[in-house]
Write a protein that binds this ligand. Structure first.
Ligand code: 5GP
Length: 184
């Protein structure tokens, strides 16, 4: 597998996150806002989106793993790391990298709802069009993308590529060796 076409550039991501941050700032002014990111994928969105929110926010992290193949979600989610503190009575905004089938977020939403937050909303950088197995109501969405497997900006393929500052499509084939003439 190799890095394919760039779907969303670093500049596009930052511009959209600035807009989302401004909207979140307006919506949560005067409220006790807790951002909850889902590791590992959402670490970059959390870092950049939170810097566009001009409010005194609190941050927490959960780590989940879904059983299944490398490129598909099974819907069975295991919590590897839970939140550090209670969320009852607080305004919680889940920060996600991507919504695909929606199964992970449906599980998380249910898991957090029973802890009685004052409100519970979702912000995601990416959402795949037409693929949601379960409908997830997303309050803040960055980009709707085609149903391809993507990497970069927190998203991995077998643990790699999370550090790319842009989002690209993963393609079949080998990474071209440097200096190899095309067609050789
Ligand atoms: P869902 O439960 O909505 O099907 O999938 C959510 C999780 O699956 C995401 O948080 C992400 O970890 C992973 N995922 C879904 N689509 C992609 C993709 O295109 N690329 C990568 N790297 N991970 C994905």
């Amino acid at each position: 597998m190799r890095i394919g076409r760039v779907l969303i550039s670093a500049e596009q991501i930052q511009a959209r996150l600035a807009e989302m941050g401004a909207q979140i700032t307006a919506d949560y002014r005067g409220k006790d806002l807790l951002l909850v990111a889902v590791l590992k994928g959402a670490f970059m969105v959390m870092a950049d989106l939170s810097r566009h929110i001009a409010l005194p926010v609190d941050l927490d992290f959960m780590a989940v793993s879904s059983y299944g193949e490398a490129t598909r979600t099974s819907g069975v989610v295991r919590i590897l790391k839970d939140l550090d503190r209670e969320i009852s009575g607080r305004h919680v905004l889940i920060v996600e990298d991507i919504v695909d089938s929606g199964l992970t977020l449906q599980y998380l939403r249910r898991n957090l709802e029973v802890r009685r937050p004052a409100s519970l909303e979702i912000a995601t950088l990416l959402s795949k069009s037409g693929l949601q197995v379960v409908p997830v109501s997303v309050r803040y969405m960055g980009f709707e993308i085609p149903p391809d497997f993507v990497i970069g900006y927190g998203l991995d393929y077998l643990g790699q590529y999370r550090n790319l500052p842009y989002v690209a499509v993963m393609e079949e084939g080998e990474e071209p060796a440097e200096g190899t003439p095309s067609g050789a």
